[in-house]
Design a binder for this molecule. Structure first.
Ligand code: G6P
Ligand code: MG
Length: 221
């Protein structure tokens, strides 16, 4: 029986995936390094420092660990300045009604995001009260595709991973959910790549998926 749903944040509950891209692009432009959307897609789900390595892949310049630390900090400051302007109106229209209906139907909902900025985003968008548990980048030592974040979220919900579904827009995120033993639902980029066990074109389709009378019993258990 699926009793819990563990959601990624950036690119699933809110379009902050685009803000990550714009903040990395700003850094790359300043350094004169080409960086495009396809590279941005490869940054989905992975850590800040791993993303920086993708940003730096089209330069021959060797940067020191200290310089890389400063670049990551610079990107994060740009990103947080963008987050400071977020408001509930930035949530896709189907997110709040979908989360409310899933809760009404008895599903327990958790965040499973590798971001250390998740708390700020949940506060700015008003999402926090709709979640039963929050696992974010401050709770883990290994980023997706390692299963740690999804295992932590399931534990916080007091459910076994097999009783949970993982919803993620990143291929690395879907891999993490699968490695945790969860049913996986791809959305956005991961859905376009058919990475999930189920692949959805928009968030609202979660209702069709999870409210099918036979959905719970049909899933692998
Ligand atoms: C999420 C995003 C990644 C980001 C990571 C760390 O997984 O999908 O693009 O690199 O969080 O985010 P942070 O906000 O801590 O830099
Ligand atoms: Mg994401």
């Amino acid at each position: 029986m699926i009793q819990g749903i563990c959601f990624d944040l950036d690119g699933v509950l809110v379009q902050t995936d685009n803000l990550h891209y714009l903040a990395w692009k700003g850094l790359a432009d300043r350094l004169g390094i080409p960086f495009d959307r396809a590279q941005g897609d490869r940054c989905r789900g992975i850590s800040r420092m791993e993303s920086l390595e993708i940003v730096l892949e089209h330069t021959d310049h060797i940067y020191s660990a200290e310089e890389k630390e400063r670049f990551a900090q610079e990107k994060n400051e740009t990103y947080r300045a963008m987050l400071a302007r977020l408001s509930p109106s930035d949530l896709p229209a189907d997110v709040l009604p979908t989360l409310r209906e899933l809760r009404r139907r008895g599903y327990r909902l958790a965040l499973a995001s590798g971001s250390k900025n998740a708390g700020l985003i949940l506060t700015r968008t008003g999402l926090r009260p709709l979640l039963d548990a929050v696992a974010d980048g401050t709770c883990i030592t290994r980023s997706k595709p390692d299963p740690e974040i999804f295992l932590t979220a399931a534990q916080m919900l007091d459910l076994s991973p097999q009783a949970c579904a993982a919803v993620d827009d990143a291929v690395a995120g879907v891999q993490a959910g699968r490695a945790a033993g969860m049913v996986t639902v791809g959305i956005g980029d991961s859905a376009r790549r058919s990475a999930g066990d189920y692949n959805l074109m928009c968030f609202g389709q979660l209702l069709d998926l999870f409210l099918q009378p036979d959905f719970k019993s049909n899933l692998r258990m």
